[in-house]
Ligand binder design. Sequence first.
Ligand SMILES: Nc1ncnc2c1ncn2[C@@H]1O[C@H](COP(=O)(O)OP(=O)(O)OP(=O)(O)O)[C@@H](O)[C@H]1O
Length: 245
Amino acid sequence: MIIEMQGVNIFQQKNLVLKDVNIKIKAGEFVYLIGKTGSGKSSLLKTLYGDLPLIEGVANVVDFNLGTIKRRKIPFLRRKLGIVFQDFQLLSDRSVNDNLLFVLKATGWKKKNEIEDRIKEVLTNVGLENKGFKFPHELSGGEQQRVVIARALLNEPDLILADEPTGNLDPETSEEIMKLLFDISKKGKAILMATHDFHLMGKFPTRTIKCENSSVVEVEGVMNQSTPFNAITKSEEERSEGHNL
Ligand SMILES: Nc1ncnc2c1ncn2[C@@H]1O[C@H](COP(=O)(O)OP(=O)(O)OP(=O)(O)O)[C@@H](O)[C@H]1O
């Protein structure tokens, strides 16, 4: 199991944001995380990458026990995770290659030829094999997000945590990014992706969990491609809220 949470209570300061969270996610699974603004999606992701300490319950993520992990070991946890956020967070003062080099050096890579090969490999994985020399501002939003995904892949993570990775992209580019993420998950990586984009979810249906009333629940009926899009939402009221679930 890549993620296993049992009876986890998640707090922001003194406030209980999510209670009794029980989730299991296996290798190769792609899972959406939905829920209204403020329902706890980011708090759940932050718990998974060690930004919010685990206070109550049991959680294992990529073989790290979040209940016992020492603060100084958190970078080792993060090395086994790929993190992809909505705002691209690339270093603007250096090329794509150098952005990737920066991460490899920071995570202990030393050999020049191995570094060069790995950078070429991840850029090829995301379809940007000829763009390594460009600076972030010379790339489109979709290309920048591809670089972020390439960066997330550098250390061959078992799990990718994505927080609205298509939030800043137009619909067509969003679809390209989704195809890329689905291809990556088919190669065996688990992906947990927070999103508000029901339209995109309709085009790429998969298992969905939802933060609601301080709990995390499975959303039934979205497990396969034949499920109609509107099975995702449960009520007219929710449907009429559009993207703001
Ligand atoms: N740093 C913080 N300090 C205190 N409270 C916080 C902090 N971050 C979030 N919260 C609170 O925790 C609750 C859950 O927020 P969270 O960011 O996890 O929601 P979300 O579902 O990710 O929302 P969104 O869709 O807007 O990103 C909210 O009530 C929020 O106000």
